[in-house]
Write a protein that binds this ligand. Structure first.
Ligand code: PGA
Length: 307
């Protein structure tokens, strides 16, 4: 599988207006959204379209976090190898470092491999760290950076994460760049401010956006079973795309995949996938179950709607 695919989907990409930007809720939540990035389809009603504002391919990542044993991972890989996955989706899993080699040697090539972290510069005397060069050496094509567990438990800050992303990209890894607000930040009305600051730190550091997937993961939804509603996710995703349009370029805004993470499971993925600015998912707990992860990958079919 291609390491990074941001080319236009084979399928017709049309936009569908999902969020009423003039609703009171939207006004309070997303001031100054640039409605120029929306347009409606004039196609005939019976036409099958893709409810997707971005032009990038659907992307689903499984973040296994610090879970698993040799035995449980053997079972998970076997389940993933026998799953039927929709073809038009980039699928990536991020095992714990110590199992990457095992997974690389047993997982179908249909699924790409990501690390969950990487060191900020070339390897050397950095006890306990794993370098980008080592990750490439064992077959990783991606790395997750800026995950909330690293921000809020380990204490990584925006600038450090930006530097890590820049180094990984320069050395040829794709970056799953995570952003997202804490519950108290959302309650204080700071969701957009926090996400924009996190985005800016990436934007200030990275050499290009070609190999970046943005994962919007509200911290209050991660591992809590409390998923954002499709509307809550969509309003942040559209704001992120708009931020990219204003601060990077139209092209980057259109082609960058903006995926949602936070308690995604086999039951809620279809409704989330229907949102036009949700280009896929980053999945934690539910990615540890092969059949359920496959269901989430296959939720790309929910993007096909009758216009
Ligand atoms: P969750 O984790 O799906 O278990 O909420 C998501 C993530 O942290 O990427």
């Amino acid at each position: 599988m291609a390491m990074v695919s941001t080319s236009c989907s084979q399928l017709t990409v049309l936009r569908r207006s999902c969020l009423k930007l003039d609703s009171p809720q939207s006004q309070s939540f997303i001031p100054n959204i640039n409605s120029n990035i929306r347009f409606s389809s004039s196609r005939k009603a019976s036409r099958t379209v893709i409810a997707m504002a971005g032009t990038g391919k659907f992307f689903v990542g499984g973040n296994w976090k610090c879970n698993g044993t040799k035995e449980s991972i053997t079972k998970l890989v076997s389940d993933l190898n026998s799953a039927t996955l929709e073809p038009d989706v980039d699928v990536v899993v991020a095992p714990p470092f110590v199992y990457i080699d095992q997974v690389k040697n047993s997982l179908t090539e249909r699924i790409d491999i990501s690390a969950q972290n990487s060191w900020v510069q070339k390897g050397g005397a950095f006890t306990g760290e794993i370098s980008v060069e080592q990750l490439k050496d064992i077959g990783c094509n991606w790395v997750v950076l800026g995950h909330s567990e690293r921000r809020h438990i380990i204490g990584e800050d925006n600038q450090f994460i930006g530097k890590k992303a820049a180094y990984a990209l320069i050395e040829g890894l794709g970056v799953i760049a995570c952003i997202g607000e804490l519950l108290q930040e959302r309650e204080a009305g700071k969701t957009f401010e926090v996400c924009y600051q996190q985005l800016k730190a990436f934007a200030d550091a990275v050499p290009s956006w070609d190999n970046i997937v943005i994962a919007y993961e509200p911290v209050w939804a991660i591992g809590t079973g409390k998923v954002a509603t499709p509307q809550q996710a969509q309003e942040v995703h559209i704001a992120v795309r708009d931020w990219l349009k204003k601060n990077v370029s139209d092209e980057v805004a259109s082609k960058t995949r903006i995926i949602y993470g936070g308690s995604v499971n086999g039951s809620n993925c279809a409704e989330l996938a229907k949102q036009e600015d949700i280009d896929g998912f980053l999945v934690g707990g539910a990615s540890l179950k092969g059949p359920e992860f496959a269901t989430i990958v296959n939720s790309v079919t929910s993007k096909k709607v009758a216009a």
